[in-house]
Design a protein around this ligand. Structure first.
Ligand code: PGA
Length: 249
C-alpha cells in the first residue's frame, strides 16, 4: 500500500518572531503546491500563531513539539491539545528523546499525550529510539518495542498516528544510522504495530530522524519502511529543508 511520504521540521527551542516568520514564509513559498509529500513545521509554542498565519493556505502544515496529556485546568506552564488545535496545529510531536531524557517523560505519559492529541483531532508523531548503550548491547528492538508498549497494551494507535524512529546517538551529532540500520528498526516497528492491527501497520508512516541532511536523505527515504523524516538542525534552513522534502520523490 502506498504511504504518502511526510517530512517534519522540528525547530526545537530556536528562533525569534521575525526569524520564524521568514523561515515559514520561505518554506511555504518553496513548497509551492506540492502534494506528493506532506510537509510539517513545528516551531516553539510562542511562535505557533505567527507561523500559522504564514503557512495558512499553503501546502505546509503546522505542528507543535509537545502537548499536555491533560485536557484543561491547574497545570501551570502546560498547553492543551485543544489549544494547539485551535491555533492551527494539525500535528504534534510527542515523546521526543529530549523530552524523555531531559524532562523525564515516561512511555506511559507519551502515550497519554498521543491520546490527548488524537482526541483533539491532531495527528501525534510518536518518537521512539535507543541510546548508544542500548544499541551496543544489542537491545535496540527491545527498547523501541517497550516504548510502543502502552499502545500495544491499549490495542490501538490514535487514528493516523505517525511513528518517528530517532536513534538518540544520531540526534544532532552528525552521525546518521545507515539506511540498512534504519530499515531494520523500521521493519521491526511495523511488526510491533501489526500485533495491534495489520492494516494499521501497513498504513502507518514511520519516519527516520537523526542528522538527516540533503546529502543523506534520499538513500534513507529509498528504504521500503522509511516513509520520510523528522528533521532537526537542517529544518532551520529553508533551502536544506526543502531539499530534504524533495528527496522523498
Ligand atoms: P537532528 O535532530 O536532525 O538535528 O539530528 C533530529 C530531531 O531531534 O528530531
Amino acid at each position: 500500500m502506498a504511504r504518502r511520504p511526510l517530512v517534519v521540521g522540528n525547530w526545537k527551542m530556536n528562533g525569534t518572531l521575525e526569524s520564524a516568520r521568514q523561515l515559514a514564509r520561505d518554506i511555504a513559498a518553496g513548497a509551492g503546491g506540492v502534494t506528493a509529500v506532506g510537509i510539517v513545521i513545528c516551531p516553539p509554542h510562542p511562535l505557533l500563531g505567527t507561523v500559522a498565519t504564514e503557512v495558512d493556505g499553503s501546502s505546509v502544515s503546522l505542528g507543535a513539539q509537545t502537548v499536555s496529556e491533560f485536557a484543561q485546568g491547574a497545570y501551570t506552564g502546560e498547553t492543551s491539545a485543544s489549544m494547539l488545535r485551535e491555533i492551527g496545529c494539525e500535528f504534534v510531536i510527542v515523546g521526543h528523546s529530549e523530552r524523555r531524557q531531559l524532562f523525564g517523560e515516561s512511555s506511559a505519559a507519551v502515550a497519554a499525550k498521543a491520546q490527548a492529541a488524537g482526541a483533539a483531532g491532531m495527528v501525534p508523531i510518536i518518537c521512539v529510539g535507543e541510546v548508544l548503550e542500548d544499541r551496543q548491547r544489542g537491545a535496540t528492538i527491545e527498547v523501541v518495542t517497550a516504548q510502543l508498549g502502552p499502545f500495544v497494551a491499549n490495542g490501538a494507535l490514535p487514528s493516523g498516528a505517525v511513528i518517528a524512529y530517532e536513534p538518540v546517538w544520531a540526534i544532532g551529532t552528525g552521525e546518521t544510522a545507515t539506511p540498512e540500520q534504519a530499515q531494520d528498526v523500521h521493519a521491526a516497528i511495523r511488526g510491533v504495530l501489526a500485533t495491534i492491527d495489520p492494516a494499521v501497520a501497513d498504513a502507518t508512516r514511520i519516519l527516520y530522524g537523526g542528522s538527516v541532511k540533503p546529502d543523506n536523505a534520499r538513500e534513507l527515504f529509498l528504504m521500503a519502511d522509511v516513509d520520510g523524516g523528522l528533521i532537526g538542525g537542517a529544518s532551520l534552513k529553508a533551502d536544506e529543508f526543502l531539499s530534504i522534502c524533495g528527496a522523498t520523490a
